[in-house]
Design a protein around this ligand. Structure first.
Ligand code: HEM
Length: 298
């Protein structure tokens, strides 16, 4: 039985590569479609799907949407942003290629996230053509996300593997609980950034494939039938995965924005110009700074 669930995840991942029909039923209709056929499903995910969809997902999304910014508001008011000297040298950390790829994914997310939330809270927005328009924008902006996420994965993956610094970073919550300028253990990317990278890239692929399965509901995948898994099972598993993972991605996206725009004053400039302040690298990425000094690159 366990292998069936693993298989569903794999199928969801590969569903992009297969042919699909042109039906695009989302929001309320999609939920009704997927919930309605429990007798048909071989895995009987129907009751979990209905329970999660009707009872847990909406409040969880709402909780993240309100709770995460509220926590940051308190952090900003009590501890405040980290401010680094702008009088020292600047260190080149992001190439033009890095910045363009990142900009494409940022634009795609700025469309994907609000439209996804409109779909989640479709009844609040009165359903109908506005929600349908958001559905289409959600799907089209996913194409932008796809073209950015593959290069993003390869351009940064070599620095994203776990390191002893990451454990130390986690133990002091990255140094964000005070404003002391003590060197924080981290390489080019810290544990928080690494977590966001993996969630955005690998999680992104899962979001794309599960989303695609739901968008093209009546595609034909012979291979799933040969494993005794019905179409409805695949759609239910896709919807559950898409929503559960979406909650995590929304939360970390909000963290990413807070860190880049508010918590570290001026951090956003590094993604525009490619340069970071030397003091910021020395404090927040102390192992990387040491490495650059040893190599006499600064
Ligand atoms: C409006 C949206 C966004 C803004 C303002 C933003 C800003 C930034 C900034 C300033 C950095 C450099 C952080 C540093 O090293 O100090 C960064 C890095 C990064 N961004 Fe974004 N970003 C946005 C959207 C996204 C999206 C949608 C993704 C992925 C799908 C993404 C993935 C990353 C990754 C993986 C890094 C490198 C690791 C990290 O710093 O977290 N960003 N971003």
């Amino acid at each position: 039985m366990k292998s069936k669930y693993i298989f569903i995840a794999l199928i969801a991942l590969t569903s992009l590569a297969f042919g699909a029909s042109d039906s695009a039923i989302w929001g309320k209709d999609l939920i009704a479609n997927i919930a309605g056929y429990d007798k048909e499903g071989s895995l009987h995910l129907g009751k979990y799907f209905t329970l999660l969809q009707s009872t847990y997902f909406k409040p969880l999304f709402f909780g993240v949407l309100v709770g995460v910014p509220a926590a940051f508001f308190i952090h900003y008011a009590v501890i405040g942003p980290m401010i680094f000297s702008h009088d020292r040298k600047k260190i080149y950390v992001f190439t033009l290629f890095n910045r363009v790829v990142h900009a494409i994914s940022a634009i795609s997310f700025m469309l994907i996230i609000p439209t996804g939330l409109v779909m989640m809270f479709g009844s609040f927005f009165g359903g109908g053509s506005f929600v349908r328009l958001c559905t289409e924008i959600h799907a089209i902006s996913t194409l932008l996300f796809i073209i950015s996420i593959v290069p993003m994965f390869f351009m940064w993956v070599r620095w994203m593997f776990i390191h002893i610094d990451d454990i130390k970073w986690l133990m002091i919550v990255g140094g964000y609980l005070n404003k002391d300028k003590k060197p924080v253990p981290a390489g080019r990317f810290n544990a928080g950034q690494k977590t966001w990278f993996w969630l955005a890239t690998l999680g992104g692929v899962l979001m794309i494939s599960t989303g695609t399965a739901m968008y093209f509901q009546d595609f034909k995948l012979e291979i799933i039938a040969s494993y005794g898994i019905s179409q409805i099972d695949l759609l239910r598993a896709s919807a559950i995965t898409h929503n559960a993972l979406g909650i995590g991605i929304l939360a970390l996206f909000l963290v990413h924005i807070y860190m880049s725009v508010f918590a570290i004053k001026g951090a956003i400039h590094s993604m525009i110009t490619g340069f970071k302040e030397e003091e910021e690298v020395e404090i927040l990425h102390s192992s990387f700074y040491k490495e650059l000094k040893e190599k006499k690159e600064i």
